[in-house]
Design a protein around this ligand. Structure first.
Ligand SMILES: Nc1nc2c(ncn2[C@@H]2O[C@H](COP(=O)(O)OP(=O)(O)OP(=O)(O)O)[C@@H](O)[C@H]2O)c(=O)[nH]1
Ligand SMILES: [Mg+2]
Length: 476
């Protein structure tokens, strides 16, 4: 057999293999009587990582599918219709208003959000599976997209901690030089405290408030991410104030006497753990099928080494919620459903395309230490560099005989259309020298209008690949 025949033979075998695979899938669907008709796709990330913009743009492009050439169901011309339908069991994500905001003549970025919300898109499509086509040619699938704060996942370690461990770790964190000034007021109150003294509601409230103020300062003024317990900075939705009336304590040895401040704080910590943290995992997380985790690497780099480490530690903690191998905290009492996980570095339009590979690699390194030891939900995870709404164009300029990839867009800080060299990312964790050279100064750009109709594909970077990685198989 010559080379050509071998190749033909190879593709013939592949084709037969594909047919058998299709037949098997079609028959399995038939035998089980179920083609899954809904996928709950959760989108999370730390504050300002791009969740709301991404959710809005995904909804927009699914409702006007011309901008998703790499989504198989679109590429194979099998998508018949889509529409927005109410999602009854979650607070609504204001999809129409958000799309209108980004489609306006003067588009504006959406306002920050701090709660979970969801939307559902009904999709009518034809299956690409030959046998499936004979049985059930047109199918209906609901993609339910849920946007929720990644900070809620930072509370996961509390589930395996008792009050003592929580206190010890929180004290160590507050001792870091970057946090010390913010923690000073709370530490001063603690200095005069005897945790074995009898309970005192007013003093307990003051201590909890001082601890909240410290966490607030870390988050709001310093832009730090590792905030624990998360609901201390988001009390509006904590119905029972007592659940957040405690703070870490410098611990004396031995148990606290009953009725003492220490004992009361310990009991409330345990209630917070069971009634807030566990409850989120039980009622929401356990119902997610697929998960996208967004990371804003550029802002983390802009802010310098202490912030970068803070984001790195936060991501490492977030990632633990998706580790279901041995030693997983969650699988002791919950059966998580997430079986596909995609990590995406956002705002890739803030750098030149030549830097996307480095962006992806850096994110891979940040999520990889955990993945090396434990499987993520039994499926390999994917990592991508994306922009939900591309707000820049690439302009090539020549400098001293060298071609530079620059960006053109309207800067947020000046409001002016500008061409600039955006700088480069390290493909690995930054070295000390990188921080000294003032290397990272990535800029923010004002949004471009979300396009209607045919030009959708150029208005984002890899949004379709992200969607394909997350849910492509559900529309096969
Ligand atoms: N250029 C560009 N900027 C983006 C993109 N996505 C998000 N941004 C920027 O990031 C900011 C935060 O985006 P959001 O989608 O609101 O982020 P979030 O994660 O929902 O933020 P919170 O609700 O505060 O947690 C926006 O105001 C934009 O400045 C993008 O695709 N391209
Ligand atoms: Mg948001």
């Amino acid at each position: 057999m010559d080379d050509r025949n071998l190749r033909l033979g190879g593709s013939l075998f592949t084709a037969i293999g594909d047919e058998i695979d299709g037949l098997r899938r079609g028959l399995t669907d038939l035998a089980t009587g179920m083609v899954r008709d809904r996928t709950r796709l959760a989108i999370t990330g730390l504050r300002r990582s791009g969740k709301t913009v991404l959710t809005t743009c995904l909804a927009h492009h699914l409702l006007e599918p011309s901008g998703l050439p790499f989504l198989s169901v679109v590429a194979e011309n099998r998508l018949d219709a889509t529409r927005l339908v109410p999602l009854r069991d979650l607070p609504p994500f204001p999809a129409e208003a958000a799309i209108a905001g980004l489609s306006a003549a003067e588009p504006v970025w959406p306002k920050p959000t701090d709660r979970l919300s969801g939307l559902s898109i009904e999709i009518l499509y034809r299956t690409g599976n030959r046998i499936g086509r004979l049985i059930d040619p047109t199918r209906r699938h609901f993609i339910e997209i849920v946007d929720y704060p990644g900070e809620w996942l930072l509370d996961l370690p509390l589930l395996e901690h008792d009050f003592r461990t929580f206190s010890a770790q929180a004290m160590t964190l507050a001792d870091r030089p970057i946090r010390q000034p913010a923690a000073a007021g709370w530490r001063a109150l603690l200095a005069g405290l005897d945790p074995t003294a009898p309970g005192d509601a007013a003093l307990e409230r003051r201590l909890a408030d001082a601890y909240s103020t410290y966490l607030h300062t870390c988050q709001e003024e310093m832009g730090l991410s590792f905030i624990q317990p998360g609901r201390f900075v988001d009390r509006t939705r904590v119905l029972d104030e007592e659940l957040v009336t405690f703070c870490p304590l410098p611990l004396a040895s031995g148990p606290f006497p009953p009725g003492s401040i220490g004992a009361r704080f310990e009991a409330r910590f345990e209630r917070y753990r069971d009634e807030i943290v566990k409850e989120f995992y039980r009622s929401n997380f356990s119902r997610f099928d697929r998960q996208i985790v967004l990371v804003d690497l550029l802002t983390a780099l802009n802010r310098g080494p202490d912030h970068f480490i803070d984001v790195q530690e936060s991501i490492a903690t977030v990632v633990r919620s998706f580790r279901y191998g041995s030693g997983s905290i969650l699988t002791n009492w919950l059966t998580p459903r997430i079986d596909r996980l995609v990590f995406a570095a956002t705002k890739a339009d803030h750098i030149a395309p030549s830097q996307h590979a480095a962006m992806k690699q850096l994110l891979e390194i940040m999520v990889a230490p955990s993945s090396r030891h434990t499987r993520f939900s039994g499926a390999p995870h994917e990592v991508l560099a994306v922009a939900a709404l591309r707000s820049t164009d690439v302009v090539r300029t020549e400098l001293h005989g060298q071609v530079l990839s620059c960006l053109k867009g309207r800067l947020v800080e000046t409001g002016q259309e500008t061409v600039l060299f955006p700088g480069e990312l390290p493909p690995d964790l930054p070295e000390p020298d990188d921080w000294n050279s003032g290397r990272f100064r990535f800029r923010d750009f004002a949004p471009r209008r979300l396009p209607r109709g045919r030009n959708g594909a150029s208005s984002h970077i890899r949004l379709d690949q992200l969607l394909e990685a997350a849910i492509g198989d559900r529309l096969a």
